[in-house]
Design a protein around this ligand. Structure first.
Ligand SMILES: [Zn+2]
Length: 90
């Protein structure tokens, strides 16, 4: 039985995960799914949430631009943590 494949239509890297918009080659439905960052550039196997067919997707690598954005975000977080006097915003 040949595996179904999911095509990556769009993807976005956050600090915690990979948010991908995928198309199922079996039912042709578009859905979104989140993957752990560890799976960057690897093949992930899962079942289609629409039709339930098992398949796999080749996840992309983060682009250089996205890496820079995430590094900047980390710097901002460090600055916020160094000044802990803004608690009453919550
Ligand atoms: Zn499907």
């Amino acid at each position: 039985m040949a595996n179904t494949s999911f095509r990556v239509q769009a993807n976005k890297f956050s600090q915690d995960n990979i948010q991908a918009t995928l198309v199922c080659s079996k039912c042709d439905e578009v859905f979104s799914k989140e993957f752990p960052l560890d799976l960057e550039g690897q093949t992930s196997e899962f079942k289609c949430p629409v039709c339930g067919v098992p398949g796999e997707v080749d996840l992309p690598y983060k682009s250089a631009d996205e890496r820079e954005e995430i590094e900047e975000d980390f710097e901002e977080v460090e600055e916020e943590e160094s000044g802990e006097e803004s608690e009453d915003e919550y």
